[in-house]
Design a protein around this ligand. Structure first.
Ligand SMILES: Nc1ncnc2c1ncn2[C@@H]1O[C@H](COP(=O)(O)OP(=O)(O)OP(=O)(O)O)[C@@H](O)[C@H]1O
Ligand SMILES: [Mg+2]
Length: 361
């Protein structure tokens, strides 16, 4: 059986309303053949609704979905060539692993008995479960069950794979194994994949591009690096990774930009991001973008009091309070021979070369 080349998926102004509530709002996305995209966002932002629209399980109330340029409105999931895996992967409990995997092929009459037997065997070896063909779902671990669900979906050779929180039920270590497994399979089969998650680490580590949704709207569609380093909005900066938000005034001084936080001090910026003009701004500073100011720099530095010191593996994370009571976080490598204690005063500046994001207030 030839592997279907990944399909191109296009969403144009896709929207959905339940009654008067607009839960998906004018979403535009161009997903390339073979690309792995995650839909990321807070609970209730419309991720599952959008995935169901792509699958053909729900008809959008506005806009158009096309696969390889063809409008797929009104087509069933099978006619769209779309395969779906849900969080509760719902294997048939009374069927063996191989019968579960064969199910879709038989139901859709996608070949004779030999073809089905060969396909099942190939799928089971792809997900590394050859040895378990005769077992029943109750005799498998959670991760193994999830792999059977994947094999069952992939067996019918979909053009597009849709995954809704497929790893939600797994514990952390197993999750990591499955993340690697899914990515390996996806690359091997070159299948266009859209996965829903609300786990930002999972989204950043697995995706070619991340589509970040907030209240039904697409906030940013970019590579993981761009999402983290060049967020479009304060929402993106705080939802992905940690960002300390500070109100400040942005001004230009002798050819460079400086920010004066309302709590005092002066921060010199390498260059402001394109999201703000001189005037009132919000600065989004990552914990690792802070550095300790030297004695001479203290008059201009931000003053902060140590609340809590957390050694987190290779890093030291320090929770601090600014003069106005704002809580901020600082992270530094743990190799430095520095001691920090509760109540101690620290003087902060921006690390050399750090480019915090700047947004108009
Ligand atoms: N059948 C329905 N009728 C009315 N409202 C619905 C229906 N299904 C979902 N909603 C609402 O639409 C919004 C988006 O729901 P959706 O399931 O897409 O969110 P989600 O991003 O997948 O959230 P989660 O991360 O919690 O799974 C929510 O406010 C939800 O309450
Ligand atoms: Mg959901």
């Amino acid at each position: 059986m030839a592997v279907a080349a990944g399909a191109r998926l296009t969403l144009e102004d896709v929207g959905h309303q339940y009654g008067a509530a607009r839960v998906v709002d004018a979403v535009n996305l161009q997903i390339d053949p073979g690309e792995f995209v995650t839909l990321l966002g807070p609970s209730g932002c419309g991720k599952s609704t959008l995935l169901r629209i792509l699958a053909g399980l729900l008809q959008q109330t506005a806009g158009k979905v096309s696969i390889d340029g063809q409008d797929v409105s009104g087509l069933s999931p099978a006619d769209r060539g779309v395969g779906i895996v849900f969080q509760n992967y719902a294997l048939f409990p009374h069927m063996s692993v191989e019968d579960n995997v064969a199910y879709g092929l038989q139901a859709q009459r996608l070949g004779d008995r030999k073809f089905i037997r060969d396909t099942v065997q190939r799928m089971l070896s792809t997900v590394r479960l050859d040895e378990m063909a005769k077992r029943f779902p109750r005799e498998l671990s959670g991760g193994q069950q999830q792999r059977v669900a994947l094999a069952r979906t992939l067996a019918v050779n979909p053009r597009i794979l849709l995954l809704d929180e497929p790893l939600g039920a797994l514990d952390k270590n197993l999750r990591l194994d499955m993340q690697i497994e899914i990515r390996r399979l996806q690359r091997e089969l070159n299948i266009t994949t859209i996965m829903v998650t609300h786990d930002q680490e999972e989204a950043l580590s697995m995706s070619d591009r991340v589509a970040l949704l907030n209240a039904g709207k697409l906030e940013q569609f970019d590579t993981p690096t761009k999402i983290y380093d060049q967020p479009n909005s304060a929402f993106v900066a705080t939802f992905v990774g940690t960002a300390n938000l500070l109100d400040a005034q942005l001004m230009q001084q002798e050819g460079h930009f400086i920010a004066q936080p309302s709590v005092g001090g002066v921060l010199t910026l390498s260059s402001p991001s394109p999201h703000a003009n001189v005037g009132s701004i919000v600065l989004a500073i990552r914990p690792e973008q802070w550095a300790l100011a030297s004695e001479a720099e203290r008059p201009n530095a931000l003053e902060a009091k140590v609340q809590l010191v957390m050694p987190l593996g290779p890093s030291l994370v320090i929770d601090l309070l600014l003069r106005d009571g704002t809580s901020i976080k600082l992270a530094m490598p743990r190799t430095q021979e520095l001691m920090f204690e509760h109540g101690m005063m620290l003087y902060l500046k921006l690390r050399e070369g750090a480019r915090p994001s700047v947004f108009s207030a």
